[in-house]
Write a protein that binds this ligand. Structure first.
Ligand code: XMP
Length: 518
């Protein structure tokens, strides 16, 4: 219900997101403990919570103080539903405030590890240790001073009400979801299993089994098309659908001329030969490269590529008489688009998530991995036997190498970008860095610099190497690669890639830079 669209209805726990930095982490921890958990906006209508199969509600932290004008509030009737609630940090202060307690603004802040004295016979803290003392992670300015009618089950030096219980409503001032809190996982376990009475319903095996059943039910005797990009999300989607309906799934793989070295052959070999999927291959290299001639602006390039991709996909899908389109949308895409309206996330993914296409083609949409985080997708991919080459490959943007060729995409710049990127990847694999970094590639633009080739001075291209570490690409840092790895990359690029005289290393982080140059 909360996720929208059709999907297996599972019992679940929801985390109301007040904007805290750890909101996603709470969801991840609960899922890791085996309970299906979703992040929902803090102002989710109470009717939605009532109509869903919700076994527990967690209120997250927030950058706000409850005394701030316009600070986020949930519907107070959530506390009257009879469903167990756990408030964390701001969530605990909000419960205290709504229950008429005294929350003091910013007098005795606590940041970092703090000693908590807890009552060992509380259901939330049972089985932690015999001492009744624990190091916990605090990060708050406001303090709950008094809360009449509550049982105080924990306190610290500066927080007289660091943990409390009112019937089956609990609040903790600290963060059990972060690793710095000792036994934080056990505290969440106690909430989920002892207090909420959840059943273990979230394992990768059960996800695969349930999802395949669900796809069978949804598709019936219908036919499905799926665009393959060679990346893990579309691969996992395709294999799940294939397991459900066999060769009534047809995948479409378009070579737009902007793929990495060897990528076309690898994708075809993996999906056709190893995974035995039905793949229609479309060689559209010339069409894309012709359309891109003279186009210099990054957004204009994206638009050309996106539109052409859609028209090719549409033409192929029409031939197949399909009823459904399978798409590899994942959980963070949906959360981001929900937060930003039809904002940034949907724009970033515009190439893969071929937005209006289903309606235009009269296709129904299936998104089998739409509830998964990226590392859960990896686990599912492993469970499905998708080769590691696909699973561990770096993310690659929809517009392909066009995002790494600055200015007009010419044959020569494209060749340089492809060959130099291949060298970067190869050297990182050899030195063991490839799997430690988020993305690694080469960039080429129109800048020239002088080199000496034999005895002659000659102008050649400047190639910029970009290697970044990141979590989910929202921010990124350049990787401090050892000089000898950089030197080897540089030497190989100038020796092996015709027309390159200089190699530079991009040392800008995101923000203010982006990962891709255009
Ligand atoms: P930026 O360059 O915005 O990239 O820091 C963040 C992440 O998104 C990828 N990216 C794209 N993916 N279509 C995509 O499917 C695009 O137009 C696009 N632009 C950037 C990029 O590779 C990085 O992982």
């Amino acid at each position: 219900m909360l996720s929208g669209g059709e999907h297996v209805t599972r019992n679940k726990v929801v985390v109301l997101d007040f904007g805290g930095q750890y909101s996603h982490l709470i969801v991840r921890r609960c899922r890791d403990l085996g309970v299906y958990t979703e992040l929902v906006p803090f102002d989710v209508p109470i009717e939605v919570l009532k109509s869903d199969r919700i076994e527990g509600i967690i209120l997250s932290g927030s950058p706000f103080s409850i005394h701030d004008h316009g600070s986020p509030r949930c519907d107070p009737r959530i506390l009257e539903l009879g469903i167990p609630v756990l408030g964390i940090c701001y969530g605990a202060q909000l419960i205290a405030y709504l229950k008429g307690g005294v929350v003091e603004a910013g007098k005795k802040s606590e940041y970092g590890r703090t000693e908590l004295y807890f009552s060992r016979d509380s259901a939330l803290f049972q089985g932690l240790n015999d001492e009744g003392r624990l190091n916990v992670w605090m990060s708050h300015g406001d303090v709950i001073r008094e809360l009449d009618g509550a049982e105080i089950i924990g306190y610290t030096k500066n927080s007289p009400v660091a943990a409390f219980r009112i019937s089956n409503i609990y609040g903790v001032q600290f963060h059990p979801e972060v690793h710095h809190t000792d036994r934080g996982e056990k505290i969440l376990w106690n909430f989920l299993y002892t207090i909420c009475g959840c059943e273990r319903n979230w394992t990768i095996e059960s996800f695969v089994r349930d999802t395949i059943e669900e796809i069978k039910r949804q598709v019936g005797d219908g036919r499905v098309v799926c665009g393959l990009s060679g990346g893990i999300d579309s691969a996992t989607t395709a294999v799940l659908v294939n397991r459900a309906i066999g060769d009534r799934l047809t995948c479409i793989f378009v070579d737009n001329g902007l793929l990495r070295e060897g990528e076309k052959d690898e994708v075809l070999k993996t999906f056709r030969d190893e995974l035995k999927l039905n793949v229609v291959f479309v060689d559209a290299r010339e069409r894309f490269l012709n359309r891109l001639r003279g186009v210099k602006d990054p957004e204009a390039k994206r638009k050309v590529i996106g539109e052409l991709f859609i028209s090719i996909f549409e033409a192929e899908a029409n031939k197949l008489n399909a009823d459904f389109l399978a798409q590899g949308t994942i959980y963070p895409d949906r959360i981001e688009s929900a937060r930003a309206g039809s904002g940034k996330a949907s724009r970033i993914k515009s190439h893969h998530n071929v937005g209006a296409l289903p309606a235009k083609l009269g296709l129904k949409l299936i998104e089998p991995i739409k509830d998964l985080y990226k590392d859960e997708v990896k686990e599912v991919a492993e469970e499905l036997g998708i080769p590691r080459l696909i699973i561990n490959r770096h993310p690659f943007p929809g517009p392909g190498l066009a995002a790494r060729v600055v200015g007009e995409v010419t044959d020569d710049k494209l060749r340089i970008c492809r060959e130099a990127s291949h060298i970067v990847e190869e050297e990182l694999k050899r030195s063991g860095w490839y799997y430690k970094v988020w993305q690694a590639f080469a960039v080429v633009g129109d800048d020239l610099a002088t080199g000496v080739m034999g005895d002659a001075r000659r102008l050649g291209r400047i190639v910029t190497v970009r290697v970044v570490e990141s979590r989910e690409a929202m921010t990124a840092d350049f990787v401090k690669l050892p000089y000898d790895v950089l030197e080897k990359i540089s030497r190989r690029i100038t020796n092996e890639v015709r027309g390159v005289t200089w190699v530079t290393y991009a040392i800008s982080s995101k923000p203010p830079a982006t990962i891709e140059p255009c």
